[in-house]
Design a protein around this ligand. Structure first.
Ligand code: ADP
Length: 573
């Protein structure tokens, strides 16, 4: 900019925006207010798209999902005190899911801290349990270094949530433009020099051992999760699976790295696959509750695990037979190269491959028989089949599916088909409900060429329903399908004899207003709403909403007594 005066003064808000832009940040999610409104405005002026939400919780969920979908930290901007506290939902979600994101929050004036300043809070302490790394700029000159540091830490090693604290007084301090430029360049250079820190390269002997274990296995299985997705390891996975003929099992969000319809997909034979495999190569997926801790009775007690993970701590925690620390894409590349020198392939007629294929076929035909029926009032299966077919009808690029709820998510995971990588976002490692509209907005912003389709329960939808206005305001191509069964898990399932006391006539803790008009909610903002209760009504609403590619809510009336309390997690309730 030849017009700019090197001696002109810029403030902390501007310097943050300049540093973010220089670091390559191009999107930001948040809620503005004191003291960060001008930070958002300056960022927009520098080419960063700011998506303004109603609630920091949703904006935080959006930032975390944006980090996952793009592999670059999603940014959440919040005001001080309560804004930061609301934002903790997002940072914690990012950290637990191992997704890169940064919470940037204003904080109170440093000199007034401790004597009851406006929105005062020790934010560094508040964020600590939920973040990988925090930085506080206690002087304007520290801003560029802090910005580059938090962005680096969020995406390095196992990704996660990081925090940048910006006191009000620092945002109001000034430096000259030439000084600002120098500070940014220094911070950039310092980051570049430290880039190689901590990257481990797997040993060749470990790769040889992995390949030999796979080669000698009688019932090998390849499991992959959202770590493989964030590593963008889909091509390497495809090559490994197809060259060796080893069946594979994706975790819920690993679905789509290879198409669900692939011949070697063991998804529909999950119990057999994990219960009988003797060697499991697990790529970018933790052996946590989602994978039954890798223990009996779900897994065989003799199974040998080979874990590929970027986090050394993860491998130390699980103590697998073999641990390969490194980036999933890179490690698989080396494994593929090693196999290429001395190839092996199980082939279609291998007993194990055949057993899995047979079991998968049986389970699929049993489910298809259920799905084929048109049940009205709707159960979960009938509308899910109609939605599945409508989504498949769109072809490529496949829409990004957002899914939450108990029964809605469980049934959806089994029925809906993922054909492309990173096209499924759900309640994730933390079982977070309320992610719906935040994830939809992130998906639409991260992948403008894709439609976004949310399939969620009425309870999940309720957490973030006000963000329907955000969908309409930015005209995002998002179709939200609400499975409306009048409450959490559906109708009042209590035994009437057990309901006593002065509030016995109150609605059940699980129930909402009967027949809530969720479709009218989006119409209040100028979006399109549909109320449907039959297959034909649903088909026509989907066809119209999918081709319009405009914000819409389809309110699907579901039999309140269909489905189960707690979905498939009844043992925990
Ligand atoms: P899922 O929920 O799909 O089972 P998890 O979130 O439990 O997956 O596990 C993801 C794992 O992937 C984490 O342990 C994380 O450390 C790891 N990971 C993240 N990025 C990479 C990467 N680039 N390469 C390999 N592993 C990764």
């Amino acid at each position: 900019d030849t017009d700019s005066d090197p001696n002109a003064l810029i403030d902390g808000n501007s310097l943050v925006a300049m540093s973010l832009a220089r670091a390559g940040v191009d999107r930001m999610f948040g809620v503005v207010g004191i003291p960060v409104t001008s930070l958002a405005n300056r960022s927009v002026a520098l080419g960063i798209r700011f998506i303004a939400f109603h609630n920091e919780q949703s904006a935080g969920y959006a930032a975390s999902a944006y980090g996952y979908l793009t592999g670059r930290p999603g940014i959440l901007l919040t005001v001080s005190g309560p804004g930061c506290v609301h934002g903790l939902a997002g940072v914690s979600n990012g950290t637990v899911n191992a997704w890169p994101m940064v919470l940037i929050s204003g904080s109170c004036d440093q000199k007034d801290f401790g004597r009851g300043d406006f929105q005062e809070l020790d934010q560094i302490a508040a964020v600590k349990p939920f973040s990988k790394f925090s930085a506080k700029a206690s002087n304007i000159k520290q801003i560029p270094g802090c910005v580059f540091d938090v962005l680096h830490w969020a995406a390095s090693g196992r990704p996660g949530g990081c925090y940048l604290d910006l006191p009000t007084d620092v945002l109001h301090q000034t430096v000259t433009e030439s000084e600002a430029e120098k500070l940014i360049v220094d911070a950039q250079t310092c980051r570049k020099e430290n880039k190689e820190e901590g990257i481990e390269i797997v040993k060749h002997s470990e790769i040889e051992k992995a390949v030999s274990m796979l080669r000698q296995a009688e019932r090998p299985l390849i499991v992959f999760g959202k770590g493989a997705a964030i590593a963008r390891a889909e091509n390497e996975l495809k090559k490994l699976v197809e060259s060796t003929g080893i069946p594979f099992l994706p975790t819920p969000m690993g679905k789509g790295l290879l198409p669900d319809t692939h011949d070697l997909a063991a998804t529909a034979a999950r119990s057999l696959a994990i219960g009988r495999c003797d060697v499991a190569l697990v790529v970018g997926a933790r052996l946590n509750w989602l994978l039954h801790f890798g223990e009996p009775p779900k897994w065989s007690k003799d199974v040998k695990f080979i874990l590929v993970d970027i986090s050394k701590e993860e491998i130390e925690l699980r103590k697998p037979c073999l641990g390969l620390v490194g980036d999933a894409k890179r490690v698989l590349e080396i494994i593929n190269k090693e196999i290429k020198d001395d190839p092996f392939c199980l082939g279609k007629n291998h007993t194990w491959v055949e057993a899995i294929a047979k079991k998968a076929k049986e389970n699929v035909s049993r489910m298809e028989a259920q799905l084929a029926k048109d049940v009205v009032p709707f159960n979960f299966m009938t509308p899910m089949r109609i939605i599945r077919d409508a989504i498949l009808g769109l072809g490529s690029p496949a829409p990004i599916l957002v899914s939450e709820g108990a029964n809605t998510m469980d049934v959806g995971r089994a029925v809906l088909i993922q054909m492309e990588p990173r096209t499924r976002l759900d309640a994730g490692t933390w079982g977070t409900m309320g992610v719906g509209l935040g994830y939809c907005i992130a998906a639409a912003v991260a992948s403008p060429d894709r439609l976004v389709v949310a399939v969620e329960g009425d309870s999940g939808f309720g957490f973030s329903a006000m963000e329907c206005e955000t969908l309409v305001r930015y005209q995002l191509p998002v179709v939200v399908i609400v499975f409306n069964n009048n409450g959490v898990y559906g109708g009042d399932r209590r035994n009437p004899e057990e309901i006593t006391g002065p509030y016995k006539d109150d609605p059940a803790p699980t129930s909402f207003v009967l027949g809530a008009g969720y479709h009218l909610l989006i119409e209040a903002f100028g979006g399109r709403g549909y109320l449907v209760g039959t297959p034909d009504e649903l088909k026509s609403a989907l066809s119209e909403a999918f081709s319009a590619r405009k914000p819409a809510v389809i309110n699907v009336t579901i039999d309140p007594y269909a489905g189960a309390e707690s979905g498939r997690m009844q043992h925990k309730n």
